[in-house]
Design a protein around this ligand. Structure first.
Ligand SMILES: *Cc1c(COP(=O)(O)O)cnc(C)c1O
Length: 329
């Protein structure tokens, strides 16, 4: 029995009703021709805050009891989870502090502040930031909300699966960007509850594909984090992973990886063929099709998970520059 069931995801859908955007799906003639099956893009980078992370964060904040809401929430993410959490907390009138080190670039600090969170800059490492979070939890009774390994986060992300089934009822395969596995766990739980024959394929970058390596090892292991264009997919799944490892192992049919060049190619393709500005992590599902990393047999949904990319970097990529972030300081 999975930690998150279809009824948890239905409950999340009701809780989120009217609070988030129903993101559109759009058929992709060029990817359909390439794959030989109809391919539809789920444009979740058009979600408020630029990624699906808002779904889980909103569901988690709304699920707090009144004492927890009173004390507020904390997080350490400076990326899409941080943005989602900041926005979700603000909407619910809940105090939110995101802790980060002095080394976090100013544009990321500004991105979090713009969503209405308090930013607390502590020390010179992620560990220092984590220490401050632990202190806020212990002394001020704030609730730490993690980016993926949490039932309410997983259930919230799963609502995108319900939407996909409604928007593309004949879907046979869903390609899903994969990092810690909150998105794919929720999405797969929703899709398979409705139709167990739907294939769920996780896509990660070759450089630091944490869940992919853990599945191969049969347990959560340490996987080295590396520079990649898919920066929102970086980081491990946690050696003490409670939910997403087991759910991904039990519900996901296959995981594949894509190269840095394939990610850049997918960002380029999205811009020139689909007129979409997407980040590297959001593009790996498209990269898997363009790079022939998957065999597709019927109508396929390509989950485009986020759009928060540095626009200078985006410009260099779509202009055809041979961008290699792995060599940049
Ligand atoms: C977080 C994130 C993912 C991966 O989600 P997990 O739940 O960690 O697997 C994919 N794409 C984008 C844009 C993200 O921000």
């Amino acid at each position: 029995m999975a930690a998150v069931s279809i009824s948890d995801i239905e409950a999340a859908r009701q809780a989120l009703e009217g609070r988030l955007r129903l993101t559109p799906v759009e058929a992709s003639p060029s990817l359909s021709e390439r794959a030989g099956v109809p391919v539809v893009l789920k444009l979740e980078h058009h979600q408020i805050t630029g990624s699906f992370k808002l779904r889980g964060a909103t569901n988690a904040v709304l699920s707090l009891d009144s004492a927890q809401k009173e004390a507020g929430v904390v997080g350490v993410s400076t990326g899409n989870h941080g943005r989602g959490l900041a926005y979700a907390a603000k909407q619910a009138g809940v105090r939110c502090i995101i802790c980060m080190s002095e080394l976090v670039p100013q544009n990321k600090v500004d991105g979090i502040r713009a969503q209405g969170a308090e930013v607390r800059i502590v020390g010179r490492s992620q560990d220092d930031a984590q220490e401050e979070v632990d202190r806020l939890v212990a002394q001020e009774h704030m609730t730490m909300l993690p980016p993926f390994d949490h039932p309410h986060i997983i259930a919230g992300q799963g609502t995108v699966g319900l939407e996909i089934l409604k928007q593309v009822p004949d879907v046979t395969t869903i390609l899903v960007p994969l990092s810690g596995g909150g998105l794919i766990s929720g999405l797969a739980a929703a899709a398979k509850a409705r139709n167990p024959d739907i294939r769920i394929i996780g896509v990660s970058m070759e450089r630091g594909a944490a869940m992919h390596e853990c599945l191969k090892a049969g347990k959560p292991i340490h996987v080295e984090e590396m520079k990649t264009l898919a920066d929102s997919l970086g980081g491990g799944i946690g050696l003490d992973n409670q939910y997403t490892f087991a759910m991904t192992r039990d519900l996901v049919d296959q995981t594949v990886t894509v190269s840095e060049a394939q990610i850049a190619g997918a960002i380029r393709h999205a811009y020139w063929q689909e007129r979409q500005i997407i980040e590297g992590s959001g593009s790996v599902s498209i990269a898997a099709i363009l790079g022939d990393r998957v065999e597709l047999e019927g109508p396929t949904v390509c989950m485009v998970s986020g759009g928060n990319i540095d626009l200078d970097l985006h410009h260099r990529i779509i202009s055809g520059e041979d961008v290699d972030v792995t060599q940049e300081g």
